[in-house]
Design a protein around this ligand. Structure first.
Ligand SMILES: [Zn+2]
Length: 328
């Protein structure tokens, strides 16, 4: 399937790639955002009910024209986040990716929305999803071991055809009713996200302002053994959890006209990338002047599930650092 048109994926107009600190270097100053990008609006998204405060990142299928359901993220917040994370490096509160004995244990509460016939996931499927999360985050697919593990805490099943069929519209309602736990509890809602969108997630720094919206919404067909061709290995949850733990997309392009090479993910060891990857290319292109071929196997790109294998050490450190700061 060819991409049908431009699509926008909300992220942050983060610092230019050149200012991203490399491993072992001092952090770059956080205020590298150009003022004209101080507020980013996603285009192409259908109107929906929520106020957009907490959504930040999402995953769409190949060929999708929709934007993710977030609406606005201010550069002010992005800068603030980088300052806070940098401060941790200075004060030594950083959780390192390797050589750090501290495990992060994440309780997972699944909330299965269904209409009585569709979407009624089994406990077995949810357990499989946990296994996929553990394998991905513990480096068993090829990347680094982030020393983050997940365990099943609760499952709820809710029959509500509106919630199931229009999760963007009713997000606030079902989260208000179903969400449990504090800032370190991962609430995952499954529903019918339509034909283009695979999932979306809140970022860790959103929690304080809007705890009810914290968590992931993913397509019920994206779980391991699900019905969405090429996206049926459970890596939508892996990708969205990456956002939930503080990662941006590797392609760094946050709206249609933005230069993906200049925008970055603020991780030093992921090469810059101009566009999201489609499908599963044999060879990685080298789309940006900066070092390295496109990270087409990274969980924070958009390739098919079978193509995804890794988080980098820099990503692991960013997630662990964000955890220590926002979800301790
Ligand atoms: Zn995403």
């Amino acid at each position: 399937m060819k991409r049908a048109g431009k699509y926008a994926v909300l992220g942050l107009a983060v610092a230019a790639a050149a200012s991203v600190p490399r491993i072992g270097q001092a952090p770059a100053p956080a205020a590298a955002l150009s003022p004209e990008r101080s507020e980013i609006c996603v285009t192409g998204a259908a109107p929906h009910a929520h106020d957009g405060a907490a959504h930040s990142q999402a995953r769409v299928r190949q060929g999708a024209r929709v934007a993710e359901p977030g609406s606005r993220v201010s550069a002010r917040v992005a800068e603030q986040v980088e300052r806070e994370l940098d401060r941790q490096k200075i004060t030594g509160k950083l959780l390192r990716a390797t050589g750090d004995k501290k495990w992060i244990h994440v309780p997972v509460r699944f909330h299965v929305l269904h209409n009585g016939t569709k979407g009624k996931l089994t406990k077995k499927a949810l357990k499989e999803q946990i296994k996929v999360l553990d394998a991905a985050y513990q480096g068993r697919k090829g990347g680094v071991d982030t020393r983050i593990n997940f365990y099943l805490k609760q499952i709820t099943w809710t029959k509500n055809k509106n919630w199931f069929k229009q999760p963007r519209r009713y997000e606030k309602a079902f989260k208000k009713k179903l969400r449990r736990g504090g800032d370190s509890t991962l609430n995952i809602y499954t529903a019918d996200l339509g034909t283009e969108l695979l999932g979306w997630a809140s970022m860790p720094w959103d929690y304080k302002k809007n705890p009810v919206l914290d968590g992931l919404v993913i397509h019920h067909g994206s779980l391991p053994g699900g019905k969405i061709k090429d996206y049926d290995l459970g890596y939508t949850a892996v990708h969205e959890v990456g956002h939930w733990l503080g990662l941006y997309h590797t392609f760094g392009r946050n709206y249609p006209d933005q230069d993906g090479c200049a925008a970055g993910d603020l991780v030093g060891d992921t090469p810059s990338q101009k566009e999201p990857t489609e499908g599963c290319p044999k060879n990685a292109p080298d789309s940006c002047p900066a070092w390295g071929r496109d990270p087409i196997h990274n969980f924070m790109d958009y390739a098919h599930d079978k193509c995804m294998t890794e988080f980098t050490r820099g990503q692991a450190e960013r997630m662990r650092n964000a955890w220590a700061r926002y979800r301790p």
